[in-house]
Ligand binder design. Structure first.
Ligand code: ZN
Length: 331
């Protein structure tokens, strides 16, 4: 017998109903492929050079940084790291081992951005103090980015607090534009820091069983978050936008980001730079509702479009045991 495609004879393929079935399968496969190709994500890492919860051993920070960077190399991720320069100083003196960690990011071909000097909350700061903190926060980073010819262009608001009302937000946005920064919102917001603190405590206690349990719960939570924001994006914009993921420079991400990126790979993501992600017109949507929020850009747009409780109802929660482990968390 002469076969058509695989083991399916041409006579079956071209009978009317079977042809329709075949074509529908073919287009479904094509669409899935196209959609998978279209899935894009920028990975941004906040609170550089490192989230160490008080561990001052330079080897600890270097281990976290090297692991993060080797994961980015492995998966060809053009990640960006947002810096809090106050972490570069020990007792008022510049700590070269911390500066070295930033250099590793640039040597690896990654970008750096400004996250204020002292991780200041715009909503609880005087405007002058906040803008001073932005400028103070670029002193060393700008020298390094100039040296490595990777311009310092992006600003990330600590706690994602970007203005309590339109005037408050616009005034800061104008200042940032004047001093050459583009703001970088987050579409996939999450509470990775709660998992990270619990993981760090388990590490300090030498409890590898608990570390593994936290790590696995983190992967599952982050996959749920991805799926939630994909659904939100499609509900609101009829498409999956170019996402911007926020994670922190913690031991947890050093050890689990490789697995997490495998999860994203499974969902068909490609990795893009901060600049490419911000080319998506979604990041120029008009925000008309404000409050003391530090939330996803998608949620900001949803609130601005008048979406209410139902739109947000399926947002994944941090598991109870992670919350319990964080009871004494003062971070
Ligand atoms: Zn931060």
């Amino acid at each position: 017998m002469l076969f058509g495609i695989g083991n399916i004879p041409w006579s079956l393929i071209f009978s009317d109903n079977r042809m329709k079935f075949f074509l529908s399968c073919f287009f479904t496969v094509c669409m899935t492929f196209v959609q998978a190709q279209d899935k894009k994500m920028c990975i941004s890492v906040d609170d550089l050079p490192v989230v160490s919860y008080g561990i001052e051993d330079p080897d600890f920070g270097e281990k976290i940084t090297e692991k993060l960077l080797s994961t980015f190399r492995k998966h060809e991720v053009p990640a960006i790291g947002y810096v809090n320069e106050h972490k570069l100083y020990k007792n008022g003196t510049l700590d070269q081992s911390m500066v070295h960690l930033l250099e590793l990011w640039l040597k690896n071909g990654n970008e750096l951005g400004n996250h204020t000097y002292s991780h200041m909350n715009y909503h609880s700061s005087a405007f002058g103090d906040y803008t001073e903190d932005i400028i103070r926060g670029e002193k060393i980073t700008r020298q390094l980015t100039d040296e490595y010819k990777t311009p310092l262009k992006y600003f990330r608001h600590p706690y994602l607090r970007s203005g309590m009302n339109k005037e408050h937000a616009d005034t800061l946005e104008n200042f940032l534009n004047q001093v050459g920064y583009t703001t970088a919102p987050v579409s996939i917001d999450n509470d990775d820091y709660l998992f990270a603190k619990a993981y760090h405590d388990a590490f300090m206690a030498g409890d590898s069983t608990l570390m593994e349990k936290i790590g696995q719960a983190y992967l599952s939570y982050m996959e749920d978050k991805l799926l939630y924001f994909e659904r939100s994006s499609i509900n609101l914009f009829n498409r999956n936008i170019s996402h911007i993921l926020l994670v922190h420079a913690s031991l947890l991400n050093a050890e689990y980001l490789d697995d997490l990126i495998e999860v994203y790979n499974k969902h068909g993501y490609q990795y893009i730079s901060q600049g490419e992600a911000l080319e998506d017109e979604v990041y120029r949507e008009k925000i008309t509702r404000f409050g003391d929020w530090g939330i996803s850009w998608i949620d900001r747009c949803a609130l601005s479009q008048g979406k209410k409780g139902d739109f947000f109802k399926d947002e994944p929660f941090v598991p109870e045991f992670i919350r319990d482990l964080n009871q004494d968390n003062t971070y």
